[in-house]
Design a protein around this ligand. Structure first.
Ligand SMILES: [Zn+2]
Length: 241
């Protein structure tokens, strides 16, 4: 039922939490690993969303622009999206309902899933990380200044991944999705949304290709913090799921 499918990941969520915001993988290299995905840019300069093979940089003011192929990323998850499972999203569905809905239609919760939702949304709330000055603060501090943006009656794409709990630390457990509008003018890390009319497509992932950075910063990072759960909650789950 589930076909073998590879999801590629650059670096670790725990590295990002520890303030490792400069990577050594370019957008051009990332696009060679997949036509769909999410992540961030060097210095935590905005959120990344890759849709249909184009990488967009979503800045702190909510604006979107096509990323340059030479820009680098300290963290990203990408895959070549194959919509193997398709369901209609119920009108009025919120972010908190998505995991339950996915659980109902998934053949198993024990695989990774790339998730793409295309349609119209009566409301979308985003938040976007902003470029950090050196020395880089840990991510729990860096996200403190993020501004929330609200959009009404928008058409666009929600894209990201649903990751099993056993990947905690490597990635963010649960659903982690970003948004970009249909005209590719604005977007960000999704905090909440209300579906007007949308279709959810899912691509099960069975294989993880993990690439660890060859940087001095990564070599000396603390990748096993005792308060990992708390840090994940502050940066990603509480309003950053
Ligand atoms: Zn995000």
């Amino acid at each position: 039922m589930i076909a073998r499918h590879t999801i590629f990941q650059n670096s670790l969520m725990t590295a990002l939490l520890d303030g490792i915001y400069d990577g050594e993988m370019s957008v051009g290299e990332l696009l060679g690993k997949g036509n769909f995905g999410i992540g961030t840019f060097d210095a935590l300069d905005g959120e990344m969303i890759i849709v249909d093979g184009v990488c967009y940089q979503l800045r702190g003011d909510g604006s979107a622009q096509v990323a340059d192929l030479s820009q680098r990323s300290p963290y990203a998850v990408v895959t070549n999206f194959v919509p193997r499972i398709t369901v209609d999203a119920p009108p009025g569905m919120h972010r908190s309902d998505l995991s339950d809905l996915i659980d109902e239609v998934l053949p198993s919760a024990n695989y990774m899933y790339a998730v793409r939702m295309v349609g119209t949304f009566s409301s979308v709330t985003t938040r976007t990380v902003v470029k950090q000055p050196k020395p880089y603060p840990p991510m729990a501090q860096a996200v403190g200044s993020d501004a929330e943006l609200h959009f009404s009656n928008v058409e666009g794409v929600i894209g990201g991944f649903r990751t099993p709990v056993f990947e905690k630390g490597i990635s963010v457990p649960g659903c982690h999705v970003h948004f970009i509008d249909a005209d590719h003018k604005y977007g960000g890390h999704l905090l909440d949304y209300t579906v007007d009319k949308a279709t959810i497509e899912m691509c099960p992932g069975t294989d993880l290709e993990l690439r660890l950075p060859l940087t001095r910063e990564f070599e000396s990072a603390n990748l096993a913090p005792e308060d990992l759960d708390h840090q994940l909650h502050t940066t990603e789950i509480k309003g950053r799921d």
